[in-house]
Ligand binder design. Sequence first.
Ligand code: SAM
Length: 275
Amino acid sequence: MTELPTLRESLEQHGLMAKKAFGQHFLLDLNITRKIVRLGGPFDGDTVIEVGPGPGGLTRALLESEAAHVIAVEKDSRFLELLGELNEVFGDRFEVIEGDALKVDEAQLLADRKLSPQAHIVSNLPYNVGTPLLIKWLTGPWRPKSLTLMFQLEVALRVVAPVGDDDYGRLSVISQILCDASKIMDLPARAFTPPPRVDSAVVRLIPKADRPAPAVIKNLEKVTAAAFGQRRKMLRSSLKSLGGEVLLDKAAIDATLRAEQVGPDGFLRLATALS
Ligand code: SAM
């Protein structure tokens, strides 16, 4: 088996430096990437789609796991040659695709390769597109088997925040209605090369089996946008354009509450009532 150079050596050999525009902050310590994969798994016999492999630290850890296939989507073409070297060690279990993860149709990607439509997402996310990517995977037509995602700490806290918490908001409601979500690891900024300005955390999300209908998910986006857009106001005022007290009455929610006082179940009732 070919011996791989260290990640630092790989970057040097290919003359690669991190680019700010692509949100590049690399994990070059394989002990850390192996831990993320261990906590995010098991991936036994499954396909993992990795977004933004960069120099491939997380990719290597995924390929060392029991995952049957790893498909990596990278926007920065400079990394394709370096990542292609992984095939010399891991053969056709690994494939790298140049593309923008926001535009990738995961169901099609898997169908084209005759792979099961069930696959996991693992990513040390580019911070500038972390939230839109999460919303795409949560509310889009393709449902991942699990998501293991590195976010800036502030976003990770919003995903898992309980009702009443300062961080509780749209992202908490949507994530927690559609998934079981937990923060599984904290990472200081110094763990990355170059270090970002803020600390990070890994969140693991497992989509729930009883997913609401697509129309209810759309309504959920509307209701949470209106309610948290004016989070200090009472719901009878912030939800006025969506039906105000009539809607709140239908969903059995006290009209004098504020958005941050209503749990995910309450928002689900509001989204269901808004037909
Ligand atoms: N996974 C690597 C690691 O942990 O060292 C790199 C993580 S770095 C924070 C984010 C990676 O995502 C970069 O490689 C960047 O080029 C890539 N990227 C940025 N935007 C992307 C997009 N829209 N689609 C796919 N990859 C993207």
